[in-house]
Design a binder for this molecule. Structure first.
Ligand code: ATP
Ligand code: MG
Length: 244
């Protein structure tokens, strides 16, 4: 469903990704991991046309993403929702008004129906009680949950989460994991999760890719990750340096 082929990209004079290829199948819960600054966000931003690789090809459902014009990209971004690492909410609106924005933009639903639908997605994420709150009063974790609900209202076939559990308390983080493996997996949504949260990754992923120094260092199942004898991989899982 999603294919990155031989992707290379240089940003700010530095080669960030160097010949990285990944294939993500429909219904996958695909985690991308790696050290801070390794290019995880860059990787997924390329898929929705926010950054363009210098070399390589990207396909979404067979469509050549790099060949899309602005209109084509708009259509694709509705099919492939993205929740950014730093949740971008309008602080001049309440949380539910933020969540309602895509519904108002992309459908002709009456206001009260749009509200009902927004509330339904907020409930799915476990934040219906925040509906009338001002986003500026929330911490980064909760802001992210509002952004997740907002992306879900588009009913995409694929969704990209950039560090979804960063800033969430452990209970809220596990609730997010349940959303991914429960409701979203149940509707066969293809999910790409960029994460540092090792516990979450092992709980949710069916496939994991690890980036290291611009290259794909590991690709496999959680079990293969856990039993890998690559020092770089062990280092990441254990959270402390291992002799190479
Ligand atoms: N638009 C840009 N222009 C120049 N450099 C960029 C741009 N976007 C990202 N970079 C650089 O590319 C590198 C990879 O950034 P990226 O945000 O993908 O890292 P990351 O793996 O997501 O890290 P983190 O875990 O901290 O979020 C960084 O060195 C960053 O400074
Ligand atoms: Mg990032």
């Amino acid at each position: 469903m999603i294919e990155f082929e031989h992707i290379s990209i240089t940003l700010g004079g530095r080669k960030i990704l160097n010949d990285v290829s990944l294939k993500i199948e429909e219904g996958d819960i695909f985690c991308i991991v790696g050290r801070s600054g390794v290019g995880k966000s860059v990787m997924i931003k390329q898929l929705v046309g926010l950054l363009t690789p210098d070399e390589g090809a990207i396909r979404f459902n067979g469509t050549d993403v790099l060949g899309l014009d602005e209109q084509g990209l708009q259509v694709m971004r509705k099919e492939c929702g993205m929740v950014f690492q730093h949740a971008t909410l309008f602080d001049s609106m309440t949380c539910i008004e933020n969540v309602m924005l895509p519904i108002r933009k992309h459908s002709s639903l009456k206001l009260h129906k749009a509200r009902e639908r927004a509330l339904m997605y907020m409930a799915e994420v476990g934040i219906e009680h925040l509906a009338e709150k001002d986003p500026a009063t929330l911490g980064p974790g909760l802001r992210k949950l509002v952004a997740i609900a907002r992306t879900l209202t588009l009913e995409p076939t694929a969704i990209l989460f950039d560090e979804p559990t960063t800033g969430l308390d452990p209970l809220a983080a596990r609730k997010f994991d349940q959303l991914v493996t429960g409701t979203l997996a149940g509707s066969n949504m293809t999910q790409v999760v960029v994460s540092h949260d090792v516990r979450s990754i092992f709980d949710i992923a069916n496939k994991i890719a690890m980036l290291h120094e611009g290259r794909l260092r590991f690709l496999g199942t959680p079990h293969e990750l856990e039993t890998s004898d690559d020092a770089v991989v062990r280092n990441f899982i254990l959270g402390h340096p291992v002799e190479e």
